[in-house]
Ligand binder design. Structure first.
Ligand code: SAH
Length: 353
């Protein structure tokens, strides 16, 4: 029988298991605390657990850890990009960003991605597999432990489409916000989606105080289809309806991400169309000049063009910012570090990726 994934289990489930093992329920609380508060890397480190129980735990459970394959630190702003190897050999990446208001970790939700956005490095080699809740948590735990920096904010904006791994995402969010765990406030968590409409509605029903970020990137369906295959499945109108529903249910302001691609979606006409789309919505628009990816066709807009776009939105009283670029000197765009490594490893022929 496959071993259970202990780091993906909630306290209630662990208590039930402890009972079955003939142990007292408080043992579950201790173990849970070792995993989710003290962030240990193995059963060995659980000093108040007897050797006999540890042996039972090792037999019954897998203890998810990540191997650090590479770490790049930006000389400009201290942003640290981690390349992790999962226990089955797949690679993922996570980023630690240091802001004045606290440290933020950007995590991956899948190894690879099948959404096919035309400007994104993470999707080039397709989807390998979904990440388990434990593997999403461990990106944060490991970085907090390794860097010695307390993580206060989490963004699910790394490789993968979180709503394509919905159940694991929800379990991960519940564990991460659990007051008996690391207890990160839901308000300090952002989940970013390319716009899987039914899942946005389902997520609204969860009634979590998480921020939802929508990768909009285009002011109309025609242009969006050129950038994102998901636009063939759901129209912008359906997407915005789901966003309004999310706001109604949760009271949380939506963030729209809009990656500016030179000559594609950055004209004055595009800005005007975007304004009429989002006007009246309780939202924030985050402009991100496209980070060019070698194999892909899109180029980022010039700074001046981005500024002009922003000014136009501001004049219509839309909340808008241009995202500060962090760690440009360290393979900035999503998935680029992983991709570089994947390629290098494959060329050496040492590992099948
Ligand atoms: N799948 C999710 C989250 C991962 S991508 C989503 O689509 O939202 C996180 C954000 O980075 C998305 O807005 C995505 O569209 C954007 N992105 C991906 N590649 C980029 C690039 N090369 N330049 C700028 N933004 C990019």
């Amino acid at each position: 029988m496959d071993k259970k994934d202990i780091k993906s289990m909630n306290l209630g489930e662990l208590k039930k298991d402890m009972e079955e093992l003939g142990e007292k329920a408080f043992r579950a609380t201790q173990v849970y605390e070792w995993i989710h508060v003290k962030l240990v890397q193995s059963f060995d480190e659980m000093t108040n657990i007897s050797e006999k129980l540890k042996e039972k735990l090792r037999e019954k459970y897998n203890f998810t850890t990540l191997e650090i394959v590479d770490k790049q630190v930006s000389a400009q702003d201290g942003t640290a990009k981690y390349l992790f190897r999962l226990q089955d050999g797949n690679l993922i990446e996570s980023v630690l960003m240091k802001y004045k208001h606290g440290n933020s970790v950007c995590i991956s939700s899948q190894a690879g991605c099948r959404m096919g956005c035309k400007f994104c490095a993470s999707t080039i080699a397709g989807l390998k597999r979904n990440l388990f809740p434990s593997e999403m948590l461990e990106q944060i735990y490991r970085i907090q432990r390794e860097s010695g920096e307390r993580v206060s904010n989490v963004v699910v904006m790394g490789t993968g489409e979180p709503f394509d791994n919905y159940d694991n995402l929800i379990r991960f969010l519940k564990l991460l916000t659990d007051e008996k765990g690391l207890h990160i406030s839901a308000r300090n968590i952002t989940v970013s989606t390319c716009g899987i409409v039914p899942k946005i509605r389902e997520f609204a029903e969860e009634n979590m105080q998480v921020t939802l970020a929508i990768s909009l990137h285009a002011p109309n369906n025609e242009k969006r289809k050129r950038m994102m295959p998901i636009a063939n499945k759901y129209s912008i109108e359906e997407l915005l309806d789901a966003c309004r529903y999310f706001f109604e249910k949760t009271g949380r302001r939506i963030t729209f991400e809009y990656s500016l691609a030179d000559g594609v979606n950055d004209s004055e006409q595009d800005a005007a169309e975007l304004i009429s789309l989002v006007k009246g919505m309780n939202c924030h628009v985050n402009l991100i000049p496209i980070n060019p990816v070698e194999e892909l066709e899109f180029e980022g807009s010039a700074k001046k063009v981005a500024e002009k776009f922003k000014n136009k939105l501001e004049k219509s009283r839309i909340n808008v910012t241009i995202r500060r670029e962090m760690g440009r000197d360290i393979d900035g765009a999503c998935g680029q570090l992983r991709r570089k490594f994947d390629g290098a490893v494959r060329e050496e022929g040492t590992k099948e990726c």
